[in-house]
Design a protein around this ligand. Structure first.
Ligand code: FES
Length: 106
C-alpha cells in the first residue's frame, strides 16, 4: 500500500499507509491525525482539511478543480501556491512517498 507523510506544524511526522482511491483527508481522519478537522466530511465545503503539498511534487498531484479552487479562498491559515484540500486528493500509486505539511490553524 502506498504511503504518505503528514508533517505537523511542530515538525512531528506521521506516516500513513493509504489505500489507492482513498483521500488523504480520510486516511488522516481514520488514523486520528490531529490538525485535519474535515468538518464537511469531504464534500469540499469547509476548507478544514487544508494542507501544504510538497512543492517538488506538485506536478504529481491531480489538478485543482474549480470547487476546490473556490474553497481554498476560505482557508483559516495562509493560502499558498501549494495549498490543497486533502479531501480532494485521492491516493494513487504515483503519489507514494509524498509529504504534506499541516497548517498552524484550520
Ligand atoms: S473536508 Fe471539508 S473541504 Fe475537505
Amino acid at each position: 500500500m502506498p504511503e504518505v507523510h503528514l508533517i505537523q506544524p511542530g515538525g512531528l511526522r506521521v506516516t500513513l499507509d493509504v489505500p489507492v482511491g482513498t483521500s488523504i483527508m480520510q486516511a488522516a481522519v481514520s488514523a486520528g491525525v490531529a490538525g485535519i478537522l474535515a468538518e464537511c466530511g469531504g464534500s469540499c465545503m469547509c476548507a478544514t482539511c487544508h494542507v501544504y503539498a510538497e512543492e517538488a511534487a506538485l506536478a504529481r498531484l491531480p489538478p485543482v478543480q474549480p470547487a476546490e479552487h473556490e474553497m481554498l479562498a476560505c482557508t483559516a491559515d495562509e493560502r499558498r501556491p501549494n495549498s490543497r484540500l486533502s479531501c480532494q486528493v485521492k491516493m494513487t500509486d504515483d503519489l507514494a512517498g509524498l509529504s504534506f505539511t499541516l497548517p498552524e490553524i484550520q
